[in-house]
Design a protein around this ligand. Structure first.
Ligand code: CP
Length: 372
């Protein structure tokens, strides 16, 4: 796989405190930017008429609103198995998940079923990918069986685009490495807009969202930044320099970077906490690390991360009235987010999950429905 794939070394934590004691990332911003640029602008490989959703970067506010308008309409029926919709009756959606997932995989399945489609599922382990078959060949094989759309999650940035170039049916990126997770970005925009009373217009101007933690490893952050800023919000990236390098401010208009969470916290309308993406650092999560216990060379760093960047109950109490707490999941309680904050009345974490079904209904309906 190309840049951003599994062969790429990840950012390393090295046990020192921010701002000066956090070490420089091996995954430099220049390299990261060049990777993301190459992922964002590959040579055209697909037919003019085919519709995919591979990323939010590059979509206009109007295009994002079209998805959100449809999703808003699906909210009342998204969690009702008796919805009785037949928009996609006779269509087949293939879920190709080469990386673990709970929320995205199940919600795409539910979304397809709510619209009358059937689904087939393929996971990496147990598929012929484990025998060396390429992603492109696997996707072509699946398409040859008569599926109408492919939803793909993969470890490598750019994997969804490669598949989109290999098949004729619509492809939806369900998360590819550090690149993007566009349906997560849409559901985050929908949830935030709803909580802020902007559900009619999806105009987020005047609002500021803090995205906190391991931003450089996060496809969720990339899609949220693209979506929120396209709708007019300001985004403050918060984290140690290794995870929130200053150059992130160049990603989109309205993005800034700080390493001082406590300084910006009272001014935020929402805070989106991110899980530390250990699996992308070339190291596994430590046993007992969340509690600050032993078992890993990262433990010292994790204590420091918590001290500066966790949303503790004390920090949650500093949020302004009406400000909301978001997290894409999975949550590592006691590490980036304390249980008291995760379960606070300001927390939208489960609403995000719920809105994910409506958003995925909208995406499937838009890519596969009448006139698509
Ligand atoms: N937010 C998200 O992508 O969660 P899953 O990995 O459980 O799908």
């Amino acid at each position: 796989m190309g840049p951003g794939g599994d062969d790429e070394p990840g950012l390393l934590l090295c046990g020192v405190a921010p701002p000066r004691r956090w070490c420089a990332p091996r995954w430099s911003l220049r390299r990261y930017t060049s990777v993301m640029t190459s992922v964002a602008a590959p040579p055209p490989m697909r037919t003019q008429s085919k519709r995919d959703l591979l990323e939010l970067s590059g979509l206009s506010g109007g295009e994002i609103r079209e998805y959100l308008d449809m999703a808003r309409g699906f909210v009342p029926i998204a969690n009702r198995p008796d919805a009785g919709r037949s928009d996609l009756r006779g269509r087949v959606v293939a879920n190709l998940f080469f990386e673990d997932s709970t929320r995205t995989r199940l919600s795409f399945t539910l979304a397809a079923h709510r619209l009358g489609a059937t689904t087939v599922d393929l996971a990496g382990p147990g598929s012929s990918a484990s025998k060396g078959e390429s992603l492109s060949d696997t996707a072509r094989v699946v398409e040859a069986m008569g599926v109408d759309a492919i939803v793909v999650r993969a470890k490598s940035a750019g994997a969804a685009r490669i598949i989109a170039g290999a098949v004729g049916c619509p492809v939806v990126n369900a998360g590819d490495g550090r690149h993007e997770h566009p349906t997560q970005g849409l559901l985050d925009c929908l949830t935030f807009a709803e909580a802020m009373g902007r559900l009619e217009s999806f105009d987020l101007s005047g609002l500021t969202l803090g995205i906190v933690g391991d931003i450089v490893s996060s496809r969720v952050a990339r899609s949220a930044i693209a979506g929120m800023t396209a709708l007019g919000a300001r985004v403050v990236c918060v984290g140690p320099p290794t995870m929130a390098p200053g150059g992130l401010s160049a990603i989109a208009p309205g993005v800034s970077v700080t390493h001082d969470f406590d300084a910006v916290l009272p001014g935020l309308d929402g805070v989106m906490m991110l899980r530390i993406q250990f699996e992308r650092h070339g190291e596994g999560p430590a046993s007992g690390a969340a509690a600050g216990g032993g078992g890993s060379g990262l433990t010292g760093s994790l204590r420091e991360f918590r001290a500066f960047y966790a949303l503790t109950e004390a920090r949650a109490a500093v949020l302004r009235p009406g400000a909301v707490i978001m997290h894409p999941g999975p949550v590592n309680r006691g590490l980036e987010l304390d249980p008291g904050a995760a379960d606070a009345s300001a927390s939208l974490i489960l609403r995000q999950v719920s809105r994910g079904v409506a958003v995925r209904m909208a995406v499937l309906a838009r890519l596969l429905g009448q006139g698509a």
